[in-house]
Design a protein around this ligand. Sequence first.
Ligand code: NAD
Ligand code: MG
Length: 391
Amino acid sequence: MQQHVIEIPFHETPCRIIIGRESLPSIGQHVLETHHSTQQSTSAAPPHAFIVSETIVYDLYGAQLCESLTRHKVKHTCCVLDRHDYGGSSESLKSYDALRAICEHALSSHITRDSILITLGGGVIGDVGGVAANLLLRGLPLIHVPTTLLAQVDSAIGGKTAINSRHGKNLIGTFYQPRRVVCDSATLTTLPQRHITAGYGEILKYACIKDEPFFQWLDQHATSLLQGEGRDILYAISHCAAMKADIVMHDEKEQGQRALLNLGHSFCHALEAANAFDESLLHGEGVLIGLLLAARLSVTLKHAPPSLEQRLYAHLERHQLLPEQLWTPATSLTTDTLLTCMQRDKKNRGNTMTLILMRAIGKAFIAPQCPIDPIRQTLDHYLTQQRTTPQ
Ligand code: NAD
Ligand code: MG
């Protein structure tokens, strides 16, 4: 079985990313190796894993994971969350209530500091499980088994963990690095098409940030990639994971270049917030729209030639990923609402905003003090376009 391995040599918690088809059945081996490298007590405690998952993913892949653990003689306990107990949406699992349920379940299972917490699921389970791993007994070794394309190329790597507050998304969280990230591309065969498209949004983002040749490759391979399986998707996951690893390795706590990973995200967050984080617009779909808006603004501000926007537009058009093919904004949505959401997003204050823009495909940069008027124009243009384009 061919596997791609990427090491992130963080000083405190080095992380190994394993990417392959059918890598899930080897999870027992990864737990044993992690157990040996992190064991705290001098008495040789037997390996124990505490699994955090949710019903949809666990029903599909829980048995495979548990079977591998049993084969490697790893005792394990499963905490499987049902979204219907927390509000009904996947995102509702990133809540205090779900976090509490995980922690109480772990403690009543008599975990020790040698227990390894495994998350099995998409970015939601990775984020809430990551917070729990950080908090329980002041930190359990963590292994992510991401099962969505978005989680495999993005959220499982880099150590951001979070739950949501009524004040906003991802506001309660920590940086906590996993020891291993085990990506099995075979799990993507069951992923709904919209979530493949959403993952593609983050993949395209990496190309736009710093890899023009990868953009060209995507232009040729996006059709097969968007079908969700095969060699192309494996290549794309490995390539993006390596890019994210490289960026976070040099800037673990987002004090500089890691911010580039937010390309397209300020626009995306505004659209998501204005849509009350409803699942009619998935994060990765918002990223695809946000990338196009960031390209347009870059051209308006003369950071880039018009060919930047044209190239990106042509790519999205060829693969049926244009904004109007992804999401229809409510007729009541106004530019002012979007602008207010953007200004509220993180650190933006006053009459300018710090955004990530592009000089060309593959040349993203941090643009401090972007003036508000051109941003308003970009949003205006977007909303007008959506209202005049037949769906
Ligand atoms: P998700 O976790 O909600 O999963 C999407 C849907 O797919 C869910 O309904 C889930 O049940 C289902 N699913 C998951 N794997 C499946 C599979 N293999 N087969 C069938 N169905 C499957 O969504 P996501 O897009 O993976 O993650 C989104 C979350 O990630 C957001 O909360 C976002 O804030 C977070 N995020 C975190 C980071 C980070 O750095 N920590 C980065 C990006 C996004
Ligand atoms: Mg994102």
